[in-house]
Design a binder for this molecule. Structure first.
Ligand code: NAD
Ligand code: ZN
Ligand code: ZN
Length: 348
């Protein structure tokens, strides 16, 4: 079968021929129906040197996957051939307390996991191929009726990651509050819809591309703001001078972190999700009083179940731009150039 594989650090992936996987005991092979192209893959192929990640090359990219069960190994009883499934992408040890609660994104025994701090497409073979080997059936969530795999795939990361970040800030997202979404790409376009679908907060979208701001307006943002030196003042103007209660930064550059805390209201939350690698000095006076600054990584299995339900009911729309496996590299080039609307999804 064909697979798009990362074969070296600081190189582009290659489309190569690899054997189709077969499932061992407890494992499942999924016929891939959709694999999302995440900006993190661009960081993987361009920013990381040899030795920075605890992973062996080569491996197939694609950590945002859904499809149909193709074959199950001995002992698998929770799914059967033909089931449409989403793949929960953070593959932990399955046994530590966090994993037992479905919080495999923060597994506490990564050395006992199939791969250290990763999953399919992050250190192990991922979904940019015709078939994907999933090491345990517990990592599969059956798709509710009305959700096809190519639409569901982005929900497993572009949807799940902002859902997790928003969910932990729910108590601050009241009808009188404001949430700011910075970066309306794959994750951000889901974030603003998730804020809208699950809270009554006012939503301000910020991006440096007009097409992204147009998409944000269509997806229900109350206001859009160009990401520039005037953005923090614009957000204060839109909030009667108070600032925003929750700011979600899907870029993570120095400029966007600075913007987030400059536009925060006292007692607010600033959550850095993007991994552009920006840093800012932190001191008593560097942000308004009682602003919490945090990072989040991916989401939990329970949250994926909730999110799939929300999407199946039509409460959020996954905007996808679809590519064939042969065109997967072009998807990454378009993502790098800012030419993808919503999420790029490879449909093998
Ligand atoms: P994307 O390329 O689809 O979207 C990024 C958006 O940010 C684009 O719309 C772009 O125009 C906008 N942008 C870029 N610079 C900006 C600036 N200075 N101000 C405002 N907007 C700006 O990327 P994505 O796949 O949505 O990923 C977003 C980030 O989140 C990436 O850094 C990715 O690696 C990271 N990520 C983190 C997690 C996590 O668990 N923390 C999970 C997935 C992705
Ligand atoms: Zn990702
Ligand atoms: Zn664990």
């Amino acid at each position: 079968m064909k697979a798009l594989r990362l074969t070296g650090w600081k190189t582009e992936p290659e489309l190569v021929e690899v054997p189709k996987p077969t499932p061992g005991p407890g494992q499942v092979v999924v016929k891939v129906g959709g694999a999302g192209a995440c900006h993190s893959d661009l960081h993987l192929m361009h920013d990381f040197d040899d030795g920075m990640m605890p992973w062996q090359l080569p491996f197939t990219l694609g950590h945002e996957n859904a499809g149909w069960v193709d074959a199950v190994g001995d002992g698998v009883t929770t799914v059967s051939e033909g089931d449409a499934v989403a793949v929960y992408g953070a593959w932990g040890c399955g046994k530590c307390e966090r994993c037992r609660h479905g919080v495999e994104n923060y597994c506490e025994d990564p050395a006992a996991a199939p791969v250290i701090s990763g999953g399919g497409g992050l250190g192990l073979d991922g979904g940019m191929a015709e078939y994907l080997l999933v090491p345990s059936s517990r990592l599969l969530v059956r798709l509710p009726d009305g959700l096809d795999p190519a639409t569901a795939a982005p929900l497993t990361d572009a949807g799940l990651t902002p859902y997790h970040a928003i969910r932990r800030s729910w108590p601050k997202m009241t009808p009188t509050s404001t949430v700011v979404v910075i970066g309306v790409g794959g994750l951000g376009h889901m974030a603003l819809q998730l804020a809208k679908a699950t809270t009554a907060a006012k939503i301000i979208a910020v991006d440096n591309r007009t097409e992204a701001l147009d998409l944000a307006a269509r997806m229900g943002a109350d206001h859009t703001v160009m990401s520039d030196a005037a953005a923090a003042d614009a957000i204060r103007d839109l909030t009667a001078g108070r600032g925003a209660d929750v700011l979600l930064d899907f870029v993570g550059a120095e400029a966007t972190i600075e913007l987030s805390r400059a536009a925060a209201r006292p007692l607010g939350d600033v959550t850095i999700v993007g991994i552009a690698g920006g840093s800012v000095p932190f001191s008593f006076f560097s942000q308004p009083y009682e602003v919490s600054m945090q990072t989040t990584y991916w989401g939990t299995r329970r949250e994926l179940v909730e999110l799939l339900e929300l999407a199946a009911r039509g409460c959020v729309h996954v905007e996808t731009t679809r590519y064939s496996l042969d065109d997967a590299l072009r998807a990454y080039h378009d993502l790098r150039d800012g030419d993808v609307r919503g999420r790029a999804v490879i449909v093998p």
